[in-house]
Structures are given as C-alpha cells and as structure tokens.
Design a protein around this ligand. Structure first.
Ligand code: GLA
Length: 384
C-alpha cells in the first residue's frame, strides 16, 4: 500500500472537517544545508537546497479562522489579532497577521495541513509551514506576491511574531528552491546562484529535537554580535563578521576573549569553506566537498559548540565506513546529519552507520536520501 501524498491527505482532512472541497492549495519544502552554518546572520554565504519532503496547506475563505493538522486531526480555532499560544496554529495565525500589512483582506479561513517533513529535525519544518500558509492565504486573497515578499513575510512570521531570532537562510531556500540545484545564497546581498546538484544526499535524523527559541541559538547570536563590536573597536572596518578574512584571524588571537574568539573563527572559516564548497560542487569534486563538510562539522563541534554526541557519532561512523563527507545540518543542538555517500557503496554504508548508531545509542536511526527539489508553489486542488 502506498502512503497518500500530503496533498491528498490535507484535502481529505479538509473535506472531512469542513464538508467541502478546499478552494486553494500550496506546498513548501524542507531544506538541508550542505555548508554555511550560522553564517546567514553574520553576513556570510550559505549552500542549502530544498528537499522533496513538503508541507501542504489547503484552504478556503470563511467567516472565522479554523485549522486542522494531519498530526492530531484536532480542529483548532485561532485569532490573528490574538497572542501566541505555543500551538502549531501560531504559524498560520502569525502569517495572517503579518499579511494584513501586505494587503490581506479576508475575514477568515479554514485550513488543513499535512506534511511529510519531520518536525524539529533541523529540516526547516517551521519555514515550510510558514511559507505554505502564506502562499495559501495569498491565493485566497488574490494577492500577487513575489518570492522576495514571501521570504520577507515568512521571516517576519518567525522572527517578529514568534520571537525566533533566526536569520533568513531557511525562508530564502524554502521559497527559491530549484529542482536539481543547491543555492549559494550570499546573505549580505541576497544574491542567489544555482549550483547543480544532480545526485542525492543522505539524511540521518538524530532523533534529538530542538526548538530554536529554547536552544543556545539566541546566545550564539549575541556572542557573534559582541565579537563584531570588539573587532570594530579594534579598528577593523568590517560591517559583519563574515567580512573578516581567514588571514585576519591570526591578528585577532590574543585579544578577542573566549568564547568570542572561537565563535569568530567558526564564522570566518565557515564563510571560506562555503564558497570553496560551492566551487567544488560546481566542478563535480565531491571528495573536496565532503572534506569541507567534515571540516565544517568539526568547527561546529569545537568552535561553535552547537553539535551533539549523536551527531558526532554519526559523522565519525559515516567517515569510517567510507562516506565522502558528513556534518550536522541546520541550527544544531539536535536535528539531522547530512552525508555524502558514493552511490555504488550507499546500501552497505547506510546499513553500517545505522547499525553503529543502534549499538551506541540503543535506538534506530531514521535515514533517507534527499534530492534537490522545487521551492514553495501553488498546487492543483485534487479530490481527497
Ligand atoms: C536555523 C536558522 C537559520 C540559520 C541556521 C544556522 O536554521 O533559522 O537562519 O541561522 O539555523 O545556520
């Protein structure tokens, strides 16, 4: 038996709860980041791609605001004028609220959501839910929004309304994803370059979930901001940490206090690695890309201190078993590991890595292959 697509799932959920067909449907993908972690809010580059797993939102205009999710099937009411409730409906609620400023003129909506993306696994399920909600509401209101508008609204949903101090990487790739390509995004300028990624990449879900707002993420952002102030006070004329060169790092040692020195080293070396990784990928040099990924992981582990025991274990195991590269992807403090594994050896390597993990952690390690996929999009309403 095949699992119904999230579009069919959302549609049949909608029909069973609201006794009618939804008027519109939209979907948005999750993402993995190949390289460039914690560089987005430091003005550096990132190299993510949108994956095939998606969140679907189907909706119709209504007099009130009601939503149902495939996770629990519970009908929830929400009020865009109200405050956050720490429920998943905060995303469509905040989306409706931010969009009012962009011209949303609808009294209410009924929504149903289904997803194939694990929540809290560091694969941007939040950005996917925000963007799919925004796209669906825009369709209902007949609003024509550019991809840049969608990114801005979805970012404000999380950053301004839900208090998550995130950068813009996730929203940008979830909106702009392209089938068969990773995106080199220069976060200082917003410039996006497609880098062909024809093959697949493996994802291992460590099973330790995180919520950005409760993790050390806000503290790291503060540390990076403090480091920038110190660097500028020392006379370096840079606007962001990512503008420092690797060569300049040696001039910083000695007077940048710990842990700001390590955080800065991560951001600066990660910036260089990310641009080198985009070149390696464009030149089909997967061995070099893999090497840079492992270097990036060590930098997260030792300098940015955002890794976990589980992620370190998986990265080591992938490398020992013959993988080309692996690293923790996303914010960290849990989430997923992304790995580059040669096609001809993948079945054996994945089996060995999952068995190494079972032996060490005493539980299963979900693993699947991901390919670069399209970003947020309108879907045709189907029968549920
Ligand atoms: C989360 C944030 C992003 C980015 C990454 C770390 O995914 O939402 O903006 O900072 O962490 O690279």
């Amino acid at each position: 038996m095949t699992t119904p697509s999230p579009l069919r799932q959302a549609t049949s959920l909608f029909q069973s709860r609201f006794a009618s067909r939804p008027a519109v449907a939209a979907s948005a993908p999750g993402r993995v980041n190949l390289l460039g972690e914690h560089t987005d809010y430091n003005g550096g580059p990132v190299l993510p791609f949108a994956i095939e797993r998606r969140v679907v939102v189907v909706a119709s205009q209504a007099e009130d605001w009601l939503a149902v999710s495939g996770v629990d099937g519970q009908l929830e009411s929400f009020d865009p004028g109200g405050s956050a409730s720490s429920r998943w409906t905060d995303f469509p609620r905040a989306a409706a609220r931010v969009m009012t400023g962009f011209g949303l003129r609808i009294p209410g909506a009924h929504l149903a959501v289904a997803s194939t993306l694990p929540v809290g696994a560091g694969l941007s399920s939040s950005a996917a839910l925000s963007l799919a909600s925004v796209r669906a509401l825009a369709l209902l209101a007949g609003l024509k929004l550019s991809l840049a508008d969608l990114v801005e609204i979805a970012w404000r949903v999380e950053h301004d309304e839900l208090g998550v101090p995130c950068g813009r990487m996730d929203q940008t790739v979830v909106a702009n994803g392209v089938r068969g390509s990773a995106l080199l995004i220069e976060c200082a300028t917003g410039q996006i370059e497609r880098v062909p990624l024809p093959g697949k990449v493996w994802i291992f879900d460590t099973g330790t979930t995180h919520r950005l707002a409760d993790s050390d993420y806000p503290r790291r952002r503060q540390e990076c901001a403090q480091a920038l102030v110190v660097v500028q006070e020392r006379g370096f004329s840079v606007r962001t940490l990512a503008e420092l060169s690797v060569a300049q790092l040696s001039h910083l040692s000695g007077w940048l206090p710990p842990p700001l020195d390590r955080r800065t080293r991560h951001v600066v070396t990660e910036t260089a690695r990310t641009r080198a990784a985009a070149k390696a990928l464009a030149g089909h040099d997967l061995a070099e890309l893999g090497r840079l990924m492992v270097e990036g992981h060590r930098s997260l582990r030792d300098d940015f201190q955002s890794s976990t025991v589980e992620a370190d274990l998986i990265v080591e195991s992938v490398m020992q078993r013959g993988g080309l590269g692996a690293r923790l992807t996303g914010a960290g403090w849990g989430g997923a590991v992304v790995a580059l594994i040669p096609g001809e050896r993948e079945a054996r390597i994945v089996a060995e890595v999952t068995s190494d993990f079972r032996a060490a952690a005493g539980r299963e390690l979900p693993a699947w292959a991901a390919r670069a996929s399209a970003g947020v999009r309108r879907e045709q309403v189907v029968s549920g």
